[in-house]
Design a protein around this ligand. Structure first.
Ligand SMILES: N[C@@H](CCC(=O)N[C@@H](CS)C(=O)NCC(=O)O)C(=O)O
Length: 67
């Protein structure tokens, strides 16, 4: 399972699922994208058409957007 986020300091949307999943001991990989950079737009588009973080990528659930 992968959690795509901006960072935990400046994106409270990103922080919420990260805190919850860490708290519950869920095994996942954190992928951090640099918010507000040209690379961000390019990278987030490879994960979701929602163009925002967080995004959860799961084998069974697929791509889940919105915190
Ligand atoms: N409704 C979304 C909001 C997510 C959101 O606004 N994320 C911001 C970062 S905190 C974002 O990805 N902004 C990138 C952009 O708008 O280009 C959620 O609940 O996750």
């Amino acid at each position: 399972m992968q959690l795509i986020i901006g960072n935990q300091n400046y994106s409270s949307w990103s922080m919420r699922p990260w805190v919850a999943m860490t708290h519950f001991g869920i095994d996942f990989e954190t992928v951090k994208l640099r918010l507000f950079t040209p690379e961000f737009t390019q990278q987030i588009n490879t994960y979701t058409s929602a163009h925002t973080v967080p995004v959860l990528i799961d084998d069974q659930l697929g791509c889940v957007t919105d915190s």
